[in-house]
Design a protein around this ligand. Structure first.
Ligand code: SME
Length: 168
């Protein structure tokens, strides 16, 4: 899709990781880049897995969502976390799993963030156009998820420090 220079955004994400020391600043920068640099990415948020729930972390968009805590298994977000794979919904109004946040949203993509084979977080993107997300978006967001995985370990006992050192 035009207006989406995935390689440029990935380079900017790498630069943000090199520049920012703290995990929360890195994730904040990633959310901002996805929202600001990619046409049609109208609302972008990261949810963290905490116990059996997804808890909203950094987000960027025109309005806050009421869905700040979503049980795994509920909504598109909960479905992606339960399956451990990206879920793309071309028409949210035709999907009974959909938890509505914004009346303007027409399509959605949710990509789980895996660490050591476990789902630890996910990236949720809403668009105001139907069918806004294709194979390129899926592949791109899966690469971004891999890149940020070490910074998404909120609430996980890794057996070491609260924030394990992970090389970019
Ligand atoms: N639509 C999501 C809920 C989160 S909002 O899009 C920000 C869902 O169905 O899980």
């Amino acid at each position: 899709m035009s207006g989406r220079d995935y390689a440029a955004v990935e380079a900017e994400i790498a630069a943000a990781i090199a520049r920012e020391g703290e995990a929360d600043a890195i994730l904040r920068a990633v959310v901002d880049l996805l929202h600001d640099r990619l046409d049609g990415y109208s609302w972008v948020g990261v949810y963290f897995v905490e116990g059996g729930d997804l808890v909203l972390g950094p987000w960027r968009g025109p309005a806050a969502t009421e869905h700040v805590r979503i049980p795994i298994g509920q909504g598109i977000c909960g479905a992606a976390a339960a399956a451990g794979t990206t879920v793309v919904v071309d028409d949210v109004n035709a999907d009974s799993r959909y938890l509505a946040c914004f009346t303007s949203t027409r399509s959605e993509i949710v990509t789980p963030v895996l660490y050591d084979g476990m789902v630890v977080a996910e990236i949720d993107v809403d668009a105001d156009e139907p069918k806004a997300f294709g194979d390129e978006d899926r592949a791109f967001l899966e690469r971004v998820a891999e890149t940020i995985s070490g910074y998404c370990l909120v609430g996980w006992d890794t057996g070491g420090e609260d924030w394990p050192e992970v090389s970019p």
